[in-house]
Design a protein. Structure first.
Length: 72
């Protein structure tokens, strides 16, 4: 199974045929479900990290300008 298709499934962007194919693949073997669950956990964690990692661009530029002006 291609990870790209699994991510598409996690994003709810698969069509009916793709979704059915993935559900069949998941049911086929416990290792498939385990692999999918690992990808899903990583996907969810990365979304949470992305939310926290959003830089404050305004503050960063202000800090940069103040450093350049020698005021820090």
């Amino acid at each position: 199974m291609k990870e790209r298709l699994l991510i598409k499934y996690l994003l709810h962007e698969t069509n009916q045929a793709e979704s059915s194919y993935i559900r069949e693949w998941l049911a086929k073997h416990p290792a498939n479900a385990k692999a999918f669950n690992q990808i899903r956990l990583i996907w969810k964690a990365s979304k949470q990290l992305a939310k926290r990692a959003m830089p404050d661009v305004h503050t960063a530029w202000l800090h940069h300008i103040l450093l350049r002006m020698g005021k820090r």
